[in-house]
Design a protein around this ligand. Structure first.
Ligand SMILES: Cc1ncc(C[n+]2csc(CCOP(=O)(O)OP(=O)(O)O)c2C)c(N)n1
Ligand SMILES: [Mg+2]
Length: 534
């Protein structure tokens, strides 16, 4: 009989897990790391627990298999919480394994009730105590496979290896099915639409599903807006790509021309928190039922991958959209961001847009890109062209800072030959800069581009909008190149387009990881924000 550690690790590997990330403690974690070594499943040490969760999340998003991270007890469990919340609000299957004291012990030092701590966040939490270990591993796999995806927690007591592995649970996929097309009123609503428009969201990113969405756009001449996380499902270059959907101003003109909004894998967790104010009906077609509190779906069809699209394609008639008008809308939206007023001299200074477009010109298509939370996210998510699902990784439901670097690490470990560009603000990088050490140790081909404005700009903009003086947002003048060199990365500072071009070229040619400190003039962020959000 294999021990529980080997059993769990073997099942994770068989489920498609590619890496175990973590910052271990000295209990059961150590048995898991040894078991991972025996199974040939790499364990990658990160410098923070949240970093380990986010790296695992990135892998899960790309592969569709669960992500796995392990932490020590007490402080480790407390520190991983933001990463676990990221899995919840970004809808990702993540298994978080925390150490805990052996069952029956009563020590107080570092003791925390992990299950209570994580209860509001995880889909399920169980213990690997010897008497329940194998059964709970089964439960954990079942819950990881359920939709919507989300985090699951296993508490791993120091004596868990006393258990024997059994055959608990099946890990069967299960989800509800609601055949809205069986309802004549729902079907008639779809069939009557002359100018339907798709909002494609995070739950449409599986490759086969994405292909079905593109085929539908082509067959029925339907334009598609994509959420940030769904960029690439319908590529920016696709003839029916209509732009990004944020629930702001940027997508309003084309939506106003439509007569039916069809969410495809569109989860309201992704959109700006402002009232839904479209006059036309909105329906949802997805693999799970979406909350209706924010977006008043007129009907929801919940089904399996192929079923959804076949039935939608059948119900829709050929639209009356003019493809050139759709392209014009997408281009107008892009230009509104690209050309937001620039106050400084474009030849001698860098704007957020110029950094994104120059980096994209060199890397888009070849490299995956990860994007952090902050003002820089706005031009990055709109202007970086994406040609495949998960070609751009971003935390949107949670929108956490400190995402881009660990996510890039997770992505780069899946394919070491493919570069990853991490676009981050200086504030976000400060949160997770310890992961530069992970990057350096693993020698990953990641180009970190810091859009460095010495400020928490997104918050500064909000202060300005409320006519408040800047307070609590200045980060100070950090020399990121020197910091990166200290970690062993190749590093360049760029203040002008010419310097940035040189840095991008050098980073592209470098063997290992690199960082570009792009000193930007962020004075047009308010205009970019206005163009996107209104
Ligand atoms: C963990 C976390 N803390 C705080 C916030 C709130 N927040 C969103 S953007 C932002 C500023 C980000 O600053 P920076 O990384 O420098 O990006 P910039 O806005 O300057 O482009 C803050 C504080 C958040 N989203 N996540
Ligand atoms: Mg900043």
């Amino acid at each position: 009989m294999p021990g529980v550690a080997d059993y769990l690790i073997d099942r994770l590997r068989d489920a498609g897990v590619r890496t175990v990330f973590g910052l271990p403690g000295g209990g059961g974690n150590l048995d898991l790391i040894q078991a991972a070594g025996r199974a040939g499943l790499p364990f990658v040490l990160t410098t923070t627990e949240t970093g380990s969760a986010i790296a695992a999340i990135a892998q899960a998003e790309i592969t569709g298999a669960p992500g796995v991270c392990i932490t020590t007890l007490g402080p480790g469990a407390a520190s991983v919480v933001n990463g676990v919340v990221c899995a919840k609000l970004d809808r990702v299957p993540l298994l978080a394994i925390t150490d805990s004291y052996a069952s029956g012990t009563t020590f107080e030092h570092q003791r925390l009730d992990h299950q209570k701590l994580l209860a509001p966040v995880v889909k399920w939490s169980g213990s690997l105590a010897p008497d329940v270990a194998s059964q709970n591993i089964g439960f954990a796999f079942d819950r990881l496979a359920e939709l919507p995806p989300g985090p699951v927690h296993l508490d791993c007591p120091a004596n868990f290896e006393e258990a024997h592995a059994g055959d608990g649970g099946l890990g069967a996929r299960s989800w509800g099915h609601t055949d809205a097309f069986g309802d004549p009123a729902f079907r008639a609503l779809v069939t009557a639409a002359r100018k339907p428009i798709l909002i494609v969201g995070l739950a449409a990113r599986q490759p086969a599903y994405a292909a079905a969405v593109r085929a539908l756009c082509e067959a029925r001449r339907v334009p598609a807006l994509v959420t940030y996380k769904a960029k690439g499902v319908v590529p920016d270059s696709h003839p029916w790509f209509a732009g990004v959907f944020t629930h702001g101003a940027i997508e309003r003109p084309i939506l106003d021309e439509s007569d039916l909004i069809i969410g495809i894998g569109f989860d309201p967790v992704e959109i700006l928190p402002r009232p839904w104010n479209y006059r036309q009906p909105v329906i949802s077609i997805a693999r799970w039922e979406m909350a209706e509190d924010h977006v008043p779906f007129r009907g929801q069809h919940v089904g399996t991958d192929e079923g959804i699209d076949l039935e939608l394609a059948e119900a829709l008639t050929q639209s009356e959209w003019d493809q050139s008008v759709v392209r014009a809308h997408a281009e107008t939206a892009r230009r509104a961001v690209l050309n937001a007023e620039v106050l400084s001299d474009p030849a001698s200074s860098l704007t957020p847009q110029s950094v994104v477009t120059m980096a994209a010109a060199r890397f888009a298509g070849k490299a995956r890109v990860t994007v952090d939370a902050g003002a820089h996210m706005l031009p990055a998510a709109v202007l970086w062209p994406v040609s495949e699902p998960n070609g751009l990784l971003i935390s949107n439901g949670l929108s956490t800072m400190g995402f881009a670097l660990p996510a890039a690490i997770g992505a780069a470990l899946l394919d070491r030959s493919r570069p990853v560009v991490a676009l981050t603000g200086d504030g976000g990088l400060l949160i997770c800069m310890g992961e530069l050490a992970t990057l350096a140790r693993e020698r990953l081909k990641i180009i970190v581009i810091v859009l460095n404005d010495s400020s928490l700009s997104l918050i500064e903009i909000k202060q300005q909008a409320r006519k408040l003086p800047p307070a609590g947002v200045a980060l100070g003048d950090l020399n990121w190149s020197r910091i990166a060199e200290g970690f062993g990365l190749g590093a360049w500072t760029a203040r002008t387009p010419a310097e940035l071009e040189h840095a991008l070229e050098a980073a592209a040619a470098a063997d290992g990881p690199s960082l570009i400190d792009a000193r930007i003039d962020g004075s047009n962020y308010p205009d970019i924000m206005k163009a996107i959000r209104g």
